[in-house]
Ligand binder design. Structure first.
Ligand code: SF4
Length: 474
């Protein structure tokens, strides 16, 4: 399909990111401060800002391992076409390991490509967003998918051969833009629908929809998934899940030894290479490095002032100004909703059992389990309260992503429940998680700072005073 008539010529988001990551893949795992500085100085300003954050000495080694894994993911997608493999586009609430189970198909993930472009290309994702708007796509759609899909529609870019849509029933904004792209490019879309029914009946209906998609994709790729290959993929998933829970436990320590940025690296791994050996290696490095920080007592601020649970997404527009800045103030970022995918070990007994395990992972995946639940507010509150208790969170922050009308509709209920049930106040921000032009990072920082210093810290101090006056009893 040719690019849209009248669209400016020039490389698209995947092609540009791929070129940059080819360079990243040549960087050794361990580099000195001087080498890191040399790389940063050679880059245009937006990319240099990102590198400044991810190559900060305390996160450098793990970040390089993660970025190389992402590079491999992009290379796999680019090379797939040349070798006759199918490129399957999936949204971030789908299990990429399903596509990794094919020899002749590779997955790319819309929202993660947008995140990569927003940080690894000069000009961030804005030009692709503007092009999507130029096509008449309404601006109330989600920038998470629209930026990447705008590039696919309007540029000389890698085009997917098919789309698996897993957001029907969980997010209309997401489902609609994927449907539009499938129609526009004339490629098939395989839909897995989540009924708003979490009873046995709803689970059965989801399973039917998932297995229908399995048959359709097998027919489209022209390959039946082989049991041995599937087993390998599941074994890698299970090992990555074990490492995920090791990091989870480490986060419970005060101060949190897991750097804020690693939240992003964990779910970036989950959304791209889960089921591959590269994902296991990345998760191992993240776990080992966090454990090392716990043992050495390394924490970037003199004191951990706030243990924050981000109730929906974070902001993916400025890693340094967001993740690193927060932890330098003593504000730990313990989780956001994208971390809440709770992987269960999957039995490798036979092909059917393994696919059923994948199906259940998809049904309970992040976003689907909250926004596609029988009651969106109840499922969201349950997850938020559970996590807040597990992690000893003393505040919630809602990013107020502008496209997320559904979460805006219930955030006040979530806010009230968090306060009533665990005494954690919640800050509701306003800003687009993927577009830096909507609310600048400096405004977000000012709001977070004011909230933590004037509400969270004061509350914490008065609680400590009460405990002391009762002679230490809680
Ligand atoms: S961030 Fe909100 S609008 Fe975007 S895909 Fe997720 S639920 Fe939908």
């Amino acid at each position: 399909m040719p690019a849209v008539v009248g669209a400016p010529a020039g490389p698209g988001l995947i092609n540009r990111s791929h070129d940059l990551f080819k360079i990243v893949m040549r960087v050794p795992d361990e580099i000195s401060d001087a080498e890191a500085r040399g790389i940063i100085n050679a880059m245009p300003p937006d990319i240099a800002d990102t590198l400044e954050a991810v190559l900060a000495p305390r996160v450098r080694y793990a970040s390089i391992v993660f970025l190389k894994m992402l590079g491999q993911w992009l290379v796999n997608a680019k090379e797939a076409k040349a070798s006759g493999k199918k490129v399957i586009l999936v949204p971030f609430n789908f299990v990429p390991e399903f596509v990794h189970a094919f020899e002749n198909a590779v997955p790319i993930t819309s929202e993660f490509l947008t995140t990569v472009a927003g940080n690894a290309t000069q000009g961030k994702g804005h030009r692709y967003w503007d092009e999507a708007m130029g096509l008449g796509i309404p601006d109330h759609l989600c920038s998470a998918s629209t930026i990447e899909l705008g590039s696919m529609l309007g540029r000389d870019d890698l085009e997917a051969d098919a789309i698996i849509s897993c957001t029907a029933g969980a997010c209309d904004a997401n489902a609609k833009i994927h449907e539009f792209v499938a129609n526009y490019l004339g490629i098939p879309q395989f839909i897995v629908e989540k009924p708003v029914d979490d009873s046995e009946r709803g689970i059965e209906a989801y399973k039917k929809s998932f297995f229908r998609m399995v048959d359709q994709v097998q027919e489209f790729v022209g390959e039946e998934i082989k049991e041995e290959r599937l087993r390998k993929v599941i074994e890698y998933c299970n090992r990555a899940a074990e490492l995920h829970y090791q990091i989870w436990e480490l986060k419970k320590n005060i101060p949190c030894p897991v750097p804020n940025l690693y939240n992003m690296w964990i779910y970036g791994t989950r959304f791209t290479m889960w089921g591959r050996p590269e994902a296991v290696r990345t998760m191992q490095v993240l776990a080992d490095d966090s454990r090392k920080k716990l043992e050495s007592g390394e924490y970037p601020a003199p004191e951990e002032l706030a243990r924050c649970g981000w109730l929906y997404t974070g902001y993916y527009i400025d890693f340094g100004g967001f993740y690193n800045w927060m932890e330098e103030q003593g504000y730990s970022y313990l989780f956001d909703v994208l971390d809440l995918f709770f992987p269960e070990p999957i039995s490798t007994e036979n092909k059917q059992v393994m696919l059923e395990g994948m199906c259940e992972a998809a049904r309970t995946f992040t976003m689907t389990r909250q926004m596609g639940a029988e009651s969106m507010s109840v499922a969201w509150i349950e997850d938020a309260i559970h996590m807040a208790k597990e992690m000893n969170t003393n505040c919630g922050i809602y990013c107020g992503h502008h496209a997320c009308k559904q979460t805006w509709s219930v955030i006040s209920i979530v806010q009230k429940e968090l306060m009533d049930r665990i005494g954690a106040p919640t800050l509701a921000l306003q800003g687009d998680a993927w577009l830096s032009g909507v609310t600048p990072m400096s405004s977000l920082q000012a709001d977070i700072d004011e909230f933590i210093r004037n509400v969270v810290v004061k509350k914490k101090k008065s609680k400590e005073k009460k405990i002391r006056s009762r002679g230490g009893a809680k």
